[in-house]
Ligand binder design. Structure first.
Ligand code: ASP
Length: 337
């Protein structure tokens, strides 16, 4: 035994799913099956399992679900040496990012994981992923929110689901994994989590769903599509631009529309559609106009981290200018500054 005592929170996802006439759906009572499957493992921490009453396919997750998980961890923080969250893979990167902001500065590991194949099915990766997550979560140096999958631990707010079928479903394109499991089953730590906050100061204010919207440019997209989004009066708009953050400066009315929205208090953040490299507004004329229009660059943030970060900043009651300033700073290791 490692001497560590962890809490596993089971929220749903493929990991605990069973067959139903409509296809795989979440099933209760995963705890007993997991204990049985892990019984022969040496050196694992002990754990208690909390199973949510409403188990979900994570494609149904909303900001309220991120907050429920963060609040449950905060409420139990003093009782455990670490946490493992069992979650669907589809929106796991959003939940991991949101948890990293709400629990910034947490002094113990919080490791989110799931599986591509349900527990108990042939070739399932469920037991292996849970075992690895327990190992990572028992290492105090790996404090903070991580995402464990297929033998690797990624920083939660840097990770993305990159494959819908392969066992190695996740990657963190802008940051190497924090740790991995070697052939002997031992944890190899590459980089310890940076403790960015000295104290555990959890920020658990209410997120408002539906107030952060996104628009992905594609050649020939009509201005009316963007106009319709802005008519919903979002707090923030994530623009998924091309390459270094370029968007069609030749499109009639686009700059005026964004300038007007920004002046009215909508925080417009510019991301890239590429997986790596981030945005560098100002390198092309087709990008620098976005700065003129009042937009802010998202650096190398993932879409998931940018989306949840904006939710988080608005939940703090900040004015748009303050949100823009904070958006460019790293709050929980989510971006390279
Ligand atoms: N649809 C599932 C979910 O996200 C996929 C998975 O868990 O792998 O809940």
């Amino acid at each position: 035994m490692s001497g560590m005592h962890l809490c596993i929170i089971y929220t749903g996802g493929t990991i605990g799913m069973g067959k139903t006439p409509a296809g795989f759906a979440p099933m209760p009572k995963l705890g007993d099956k997991l204990r049985e499957a892990l019984a022969g493992e040496v050196g694992l921490p002990t754990f208690e399992l909390v199973e949510y009453a409403r188990l979900i396919d994570s494609s149904n997750a909303t900001p309220a679900d991120w907050q429920m998980i963060a609040r449950d961890i905060a409420a139990r923080r003093a009782e455990y040496d670490g946490f493992v969250v069992l979650h669907g893979t589809d929106t796991m990167a959003y939940t991991a990012s949101a948890l990293s902001f709400m629990l910034a500065g947490i002094a113990v590991p919080v490791v989110i994981t799931g599986s591509q194949i349900p527990f108990g099915e042939p070739e399932s990766d469920a037991t292996g992923n849970v075992r690895d997550a327990l190992r990572f979560a028992a290492i105090p140096e790996l404090c903070g929110v991580g995402l464990a999958f297929a033998g690797k631990l990624y920083r939660g707010n840097r990770a993305r689901k990159v494959d819908s079928r392969a066992m190695a479903a996740f990657d963190s394109p802008e940051l190497p994994p924090l740790a991995h499991i070697d052939v002997a089953g031992d944890v190899v730590v590459a980089i310890g989590e940076e403790r960015l906050a000295d104290a555990e100061a959890f920020e658990l204010a209410d997120y408002e769903a539906g107030r952060v919207l996104s628009f992905r440019f594609a050649p020939g997209m009509p201005l009316a599509a963007l106009d319709a989004l802005l008519a919903l009066k979002p707090h923030a708009l994530l623009l998924e631009a091309y390459g270094l953050g370029n968007a069609p400066d030749a499109m009639v009315g686009l700059e005026a529309l964004l300038t007007q929205a920004s002046a009215a208090g909508v925080v417009i953040a510019v991301l890239t559609q590429t997986d790596r490299g981030g945005v560098g507004l100002g390198e092309y004329a087709a990008g620098s106009w976005l700065l003129r229009a009042g937009a802010v660059p998202a650096g190398d943030l993932t879409f998931e981290a940018a989306f949840t970060k904006l939710h988080h900043l608005f939940a703090q009651g900040l004015a748009p200018q303050a949100v823009k300033a904070a958006f460019g700073r790293s709050l929980a290791g989510e971006m390279t500054v």
